[in-house]
Design a protein around this ligand. Sequence first.
Ligand SMILES: O=P(O)(O)OC[C@H]1O[C@](O)(CO)[C@@H](O)[C@@H]1O
Length: 444
Amino acid sequence: MIKLNYSKSMVKEEEISSFKEFVKSAHYKLHLKSGLGNDYVGWVDYPIEVSKKELERIKSVSEKIVSDSDALVVIGIGGSYLGARATIEALSHSFYNSLSNDQRKTPEIYYAGNNISGKYLHDLIDVLETKNFSINVISKSGTTTEPAIAFRTLKKLLEKKYGKENAKKRIYATTDSSKGALKNLSDKEGYETFVIPDDVGGRYSVLTPVGLLPIAVSGIDITKLLEGAISAREEYMNENIDENICYQYAAIRNILYNRGKSTEIMVNYEPSLHYLGEWWKQLFGESEGKDNKGIFPAAVDFSTDLHSMGQYIQDGRRNLMETVIKVNDTGLDMSISEDEANLDGLNYLCSKTMNDVNEKAFEGTLLAHYDGNVPNVIIELEKLDVFTFGKLLYFFEKACGISGYLLGVNPFNQPGVEAYKKNMFALLNKPGYEELGEILRKKL
Ligand SMILES: O=P(O)(O)OC[C@H]1O[C@](O)(CO)[C@@H](O)[C@@H]1O
């Protein structure tokens, strides 16, 4: 169960209701596929459309990886890996990779191709050299530099370990259905492939094979995850904003943006939700940051970051709003033990658990930031379980599509990302970019 509490958002019910017609129009744009970017809204129905056969194939491949690998390397960047990482980290042991094989029973999961650091890849190779591993390379375009470099390198390592032919049986490619460098290579080499649907963009792809395969390898029940998404699809289908918390969230952030709250900070109180914040940042940043508009999405981990960013949030420039993910039942807790000497003066906490203290940190921070003129929206999760997490992912995807339409942008393209790539190619002397390269070198 997910609840939205906007009592500390500084937005009144009537203001939200006043968005009724705008939201209705956004709703129909999305569902009738009549809005900007309408060829990329396949994610809306994917959870009910994905075939049983495809899910079974994902599960059986994941079982093969579990049976023959100590580690899976997920190669991808942005939407091609963040959703899987967010889900795996949210729902697994905090020290998943460090557990013994007996405790974990599923392969360690490593991520590559999400940066261009030689040190990172070098260090990863050190780790992989002693392990049996498989690769899930994920790239819709197949031409993204970061994952392409990592794949080239790690494929070589696989080949060195197992020989060319056996290495192919440890490579799983998730890519476009018909075009692109990775698709061509997969066809040529005979890799087992999974399709990123043509009408689903990277940042909306976590609930497709992009996220589902690595998530399944980590032991998480992908059927339950999709059930959560399907439940969200039904629950947030209501065009009436008064009865749809997903649309209320989309409206509140636009109301606050129009009042000058141009930065939204996603807050969590559970370290395992760190990557949910990373995924959410891409989802909203890439969807809304265009045409010189858009809320800047930031994320913090509390209480950790209260000791670093807390000062700014309380007292800095007042352009901030916060969206807090509050987990009511984390499943595990620790009591605070009594100490006879009580030199640290903490014995007053002995009747409490760490979750009790975390809850008071949340309440105290909420009131302090609200008093400091930072509107707070609370997204309350009854539990942090697979079903609820699937529901939450879909909640944000839909809120993002609706919010983008409310803002008047195309929430499904990302033209701005190309600028750095073009410059980087030119500076690297990629054939075809010579002229731009000369211009840029003069500017440096
Ligand atoms: O799956 P691909 O094509 O490698 O793209 C990865 C990521 O790069 C972008 O295209 C641009 O950064 C994202 O939208 C996407 O999630």
